[in-house]
Design a protein around this ligand. Structure first.
Ligand SMILES: Nc1ncnc2c1ncn2[C@@H]1O[C@H](COP(=O)(O)OP(=O)(O)O)[C@@H](O)[C@H]1O
Ligand SMILES: [Mg+2]
Length: 336
């Protein structure tokens, strides 16, 4: 279910050894399969259309059903891939004081990480990303489904447990937004890449304050636009069951929509934030102090009630920001 795989770009010989059912699939159509150094993609691209027609299938149908088949096979091939729980076993803070906690998080939960700058929020995210086993400065341990995870989680680029929304996106590629997303979609073996690409571009435009065209070069996107693109990409394309987000508040995007979008995908979401609205949208907040998890606060009903008025406040500020942006003065803010 969650293997992001570049299977298509592997040499046929490797594909047939690592995923022998691919051969069964192809031969069931009457195709001849030979191991070799050319990639599976190359194999598919070079099938003779006339031969396919004789076999009663066209290239597009074949690709579609291979994608569906692989998605199904990859989902059942390893039950460990289903992440039902992420457990953080406490280590110690910067002065060596034990955290004394064992905290289990479930898919669909949003956990906010709050604390002063330098307190250790990013460190906690990094422990999770690295699936720490007492081998980081905090000595925390991370369990998946109650167990020390298979080492493939830590070292494989193919089985990505954690998707991290990085803070800086320095695009160096000479690609348009659409090409960039298409490249992602294709490398992830989704069944309907074009549909996903369109969906991501649409979502990104809804998240970003200013819209952008699909053919905008990624290097010309504003900070907010590229951030929006990465969030939409993460929500729609990433199959990683755990999403880590480090401080999206300054990104100039619709943070609430961004979070809603990610939550829909049944991921475990951990988000470092200073933003009261984002913090209240979380189910729980981990309060970090001096490098340790000092407190766990469940978001209460009373807090959630305040969310409504906080959002009103926020919208007022947003309106003012837009007025500044469009060259208006703020002499009269009565009606805001
Ligand atoms: N428990 C800890 N033990 C030792 N060093 C820690 C611990 N927690 C955090 N640090 C270190 O403190 C520094 C600041 O942490 P960081 O996570 O960047 O803070 P924040 O993201 O909250 O601003 C980093 O160098 C980090 O590795
Ligand atoms: Mg940080």
């Amino acid at each position: 279910m969650m293997k992001e795989t570049s299977l298509l770009h592997k040499p046929m010989s490797d594909v047939l050894i690592d995923h022998p059912y691919v051969e069964d699939f192809l031969t069931s159509f009457g195709l001849v399969v030979k191991p070799g150094t050319d990639s599976l993609q190359h194999y598919l691209d070079n099938l003779d259309p006339d031969n396919l027609e004789d076999l009663g299938v066209n290239a597009k149908q074949l690709r579609q059903s291979l994608d569906d088949f692989l998605e199904g096979m990859l989902a059942i091939s390893d039950p460990m891939d289903e992440v039902k729980a992420l457990t953080i076993i406490g280590g110690h803070d910067k002065s060596g004081k034990a955290e004394n906690l064992e905290l289990t998080l479930k898919p669909g939960e949003v956990i906010c990480i709050v604390g002063p700058t330098g307190s250790g929020k990013s460190r906690l995210l990094a422990d999770i990303e690295w699936v720490a086993q007492g081998d980081t400065p905090t000595r925390r341990k991370i369990l998946i489904n109650g167990q020390v995870p298979d080492s493939k989680w830590r070292f494989s680029t193919e089985y990505k447990l954690v998707a991290q929304l990085s803070q800086n996106m320095n695009f160096v590629m000479d690609l348009s937004a659409e090409e960039f997303i298409r490249m992602h979609a294709e490398s992830r073996l989704v069944t309907n890449p074009e549909e996903k690409v369109a969906q991501i571009l649409k979502q990104a435009n809804e998240l970003a304050g200013e819209t952008f065209a699909p053919d905008t070069p990624v290097t010309s996107l504003s900070g907010g636009q590229s951030r929006a693109l990465m969030i939409a990409d993460m929500a729609i394309l990433s199959k990683s069951p755990i999403a880590l987000i480090d401080e999206i508040e300054n990104a100039g995007i619709d943070r609430k929509k961004a979070l809603d979008l990610l939550v829909q995908e049944e991921k475990i979401i951990l988000m470092a934030t200073h933003d009261p609205i984002l913090a209240l949208m979380g189910d729980r907040r981990l309060v970090i102090k001096n490098g340790g998890i000092d407190k766990i606060i469940e978001s209460s009903e009373a807090e959630r009630k305040n969310l409504v008025s906080l959002e009103k406040l926020d919208n007022k500020l947003l309106a003012l920001r837009n007025r500044i942006r469009t060259g208006d003065t703020l002499e009269n803010i009565e009606g805001v």
